[in-house]
Write a protein that binds this ligand. Structure first.
Ligand SMILES: O=c1ccn([C@@H]2O[C@H](COP(=O)(O)OP(=O)(O)O[C@H]3O[C@H](CO)[C@@H](O)[C@H](O)[C@H]3O)[C@@H](O)[C@H]2O)c(=O)[nH]1
Length: 476
């Protein structure tokens, strides 16, 4: 092992879903640039996601490869939520908790084990592991501080809130009111006394009880929610270090750059003239949604890039992810359909991108902000209604065009909103540009996220080595 007692050695534990894993790997990149030594917990099938990180930091980042714990609802060979869909989160969460004992064993047999654990907010059980090891756990939120504040409130008051049709968040900044079906999905699905759901409740409550909270967010976007958490949790180990996934040199990259054809096409489009359409790493649209979207894009007459998840053969036979017949021919020249995966960060940061039709997954939100584009929000599930509220109501850089995973937008209305958002009407474009500047300021010299990253590294460096902690504990 390459670690020495002088190094600050940290264990990072990502949750195996693209929207969760990618930002935590970007955090690993940044911590490594600050000279920290990092071990990343990973299972075999997810190891390829680490390849560019490991080749960028061969001496300071090491994978800890553990066998994936089996689960009756997870088919053999599946180790990532992308192969299970959102309903796969519950079995994935419970399955991964079986890594507790192998991790305890690894720590106890390591000559120079980590001084802290930073783990995804779906891995709250690692707080108990950290307590057993007498080291701190920091929670990494792949979503925002607004969501963290809401999660903290609703899970601490689950009995009173579960039966309400709408929840008033009067204790939180902005005093927002949410319909119950717009609250985070895990809260909505929670079933009292069911052991799996009680486990979820415990891991959610463990997040804000952790020693520190790290957000892929920034002061000018979510400062009031981070301040709220500092006050509520009575400590200031709340760190807004984002946006983490940035285009350009010195960054880890998203592993997928613009190919020549796409780059040439975007280069040939006027500035801010392209609508980019993508609903994250896992959302498949049903036939009616595909048809409405295709018609809306066609009627709008604008240039667009549409990323379509096509799903399995069975899902396509069931009508999911099929682009309507003849559509691509009719829009040829002004519209591109890309199947499965597109280099989103590169597309959004191209000057031709002007509008982003998004499900408002947190990574997409930040990537859209950094791209300086107007966001057309179609929140569907999870944290997306909360994220859309921030974009549309709090920041004024977005317009809501549809709501719900099963909803079908009205094609005429969609084409009208697309057309309007491409124009200067409403000052949305100016606000989007302003927010982009603030995001870039946060991650440049002396910016709030650079300072918080420095504060985070400073706090981690102060932690005692694991062995001396054990000696200290046994003596006292
Ligand atoms: O064709 C694609 C599709 C996605 N991405 C990237 O994949 C990530 C997708 O993340 P996100 O926008 O957050 O969406 P989901 O994949 O849906 O993420 C899940 O996890 C997020 C973090 O917790 C939540 O905010 C979302 O609601 C939840 O659905 C982003 O970095 C995208 O750039 C691509 O590069 N190309």
């Amino acid at each position: 092992m390459s670690t020495t007692v002088n190094n600050c050695h940290i264990l990072l534990f990502p949750y195996p879903a693209q929207g969760h894993m990618l930002p935590l790997l970007h955090l690993a990149h940044r911590l490594s640039l600050h000279g920290l030594t990092i071990t990343i917990v990973i299972t075999h099938k997810n190891l390829p996601y680490l390849s560019s990180l490991l080749s960028s930091h061969p001496s300071s980042i090491t994978p800890l490869i553990l066998p994936f714990p089996s689960h009756p609802s997870i088919p053999p060979g599946v180790e990532n939520v992308k192969d299970l869909g959102h309903s796969g989160n519950l079995p994935m969460l419970t399955s991964l908790s079986k890594l507790h004992d192998p991790l305890l064993h690894w720590f106890n047999s390591h000559p120079d084990p980590p001084v802290a654990i930073i783990s995804d907010f779906f891995l709250g059980w690692t707080l108990h592991l950290a307590h057993q090891l007498n080291i701190p756990r920091l929670v990494f939120f792949p979503s925002g501080a607004f969501l963290a504040a809401i999660d903290d409130y609703v899970w601490n008051n689950v009995e009173q809130l579960k039966t309400l049709d709408q929840v008033e968040l009067s204790a939180l900044p902005g005093s927002h009111v949410f319909k119950s079906h717009h609250l985070p999905s895990l809260f909505r699905l929670y079933k009292k006394s069911d052991p799996d759901w009680e486990f979820v409740k415990d891991l959610k409550l463990a997040n804000t009880k952790s020693w520190g909270c790290v957000f892929n967010s920034f002061e000018a976007f979510e400062g009031e929610y981070m301040d709220y958490l500092k006050k509520k949790l009575s400590h200031d180990r709340i760190f807004g270090v984002g946006p983490l996934n940035l285009p350009g040199p010195g960054n880890l990259g998203s592993g997928s750059d613009l190919n020549e054809g796409l780059l040439t096409w975007l280069d040939g489009c006027p500035k801010a003239s392209v609508v980019y359409v993508c609903f994250g790493s896992q959302k498949l649209l049903k036939r009616e949604q595909m048809e409405a979207l295709a018609l809306g894009l066609e009627k709008s007459g604008t240039r667009f890039v549409w990323v379509v998840k096509t799903g399995s053969t069975q899902e396509r036979e069931d009508g999911f992810g099929n682009v309507p017949d003849g559509f691509e021919e009719r829009v040829a020249g002004r519209g591109l359909v890309i199947r499965e995966w597109a280099p989103q960060v590169s597309i959004l940061s191209h000057e031709a991108a002007g509008v982003f039709l998004s499900h408002c997954g947190w990574n997409s939100v930040l990537e859209g902000i950094v791209g300086g584009v107007v966001i057309l929000a179609w929140p569907m599930e999870a944290d997306q209604f909360v994220n859309a509220r921030l974009l549309v109501e709090d920041m004024g850089v977005g317009v809501r065009v549809c709501e719900g995973a099963g909803s079908v937008p009205e094609a005429g209305e969609l084409s009208r909103v697309i057309g309007e958002s491409m124009s200067e009407a409403g000052g949305l474009k100016d606000k989007a540009k302003e927010l982009k500047e603030k995001a870039l300021e946060a991650v440049s010299k002396e910016g709030s996220s650079v300072q918080d990253m420095g504060r985070l590294v400073g706090e981690l460096r102060k932690l005692k080595p694991f062995k001396s902690r054990i000696q200290h504990t046994s003596v006292s």
